[in-house]
Ligand binder design. Structure first.
Ligand SMILES: Nc1nc2c([nH]c(=O)n2[C@H]2C[C@H](O)[C@@H](COP(=O)(O)OP(=O)(O)OP(=O)(O)O)O2)c(=O)[nH]1
Length: 136
């Protein structure tokens, strides 16, 4: 049976731009772009996982929206990723510090499809593009 991997991704919005992060060579889905985040650990809520991952990966403190933005499941060769994304906002104006990613970019919604996204992220990307406004 294929294992299910529960993953959370942060759609971080600042000045109407979205933070996009590029995975490194040593990881699954090398060089693809993603929403920063990661696997939800035992005894952790998805929102707690997101807050933890953003500090670990980019040294960013974020405010996570109450509701899920999008959920998708994608079957990769290594397992089935169940990805839940949340709209998020920065607690302060700090820039990300790259601990695991090889690049980050702040892009407007209509620029997002210029990147090669991890396949599980494509429904979230398309939903962002279809929204009139992402600001809260
Ligand atoms: N973080 C993140 N992972 C994603 C996204 N889309 C997507 O398919 N994935 C996949 C890639 C990985 O197989 C898995 C998440 O693992 P990860 O390596 O980022 O998570 P982690 O930091 O908790 O992992 P680990 O290396 O500590 O085990 O989900 C996304 O938007 N963000």
């Amino acid at each position: 049976m294929t294992s299910q991997i529960n993953v959370v991704g942060a759609i971080i919005i600042k000045d109407n731009k979205i933070l996009c992060a590029q995975r490194g060579l040593e990881r699954d889905l090398a060089y693809l772009w993603e929403f920063p985040g990661g696997k939800v650990e035992q005894n952790e809520s998805p929102r707690e996982a997101l807050e933890r991952e953003l500090v670990e990966e980019l040294e960013l403190k974020i405010i996570v929206s109450q509701n899920e933005f999008e959920t998708t499941s994608y079957l990769y060769p290594f397992g089935c990723v169940h990805l839940t994304t949340y709209l998020c906002y920065l607690e302060s104006d700090l820039e990300p510090v790259l601990k695991e990613h090889i690049a980050v970019r702040w892009l407007e919604a209509d620029e997002l499809l210029s990147l090669r996204w991890a396949p599980a992220d494509v429904p979230s990307v398309k939903k962002i593009i279809s929204q009139d406004s992402l600001e809260h």
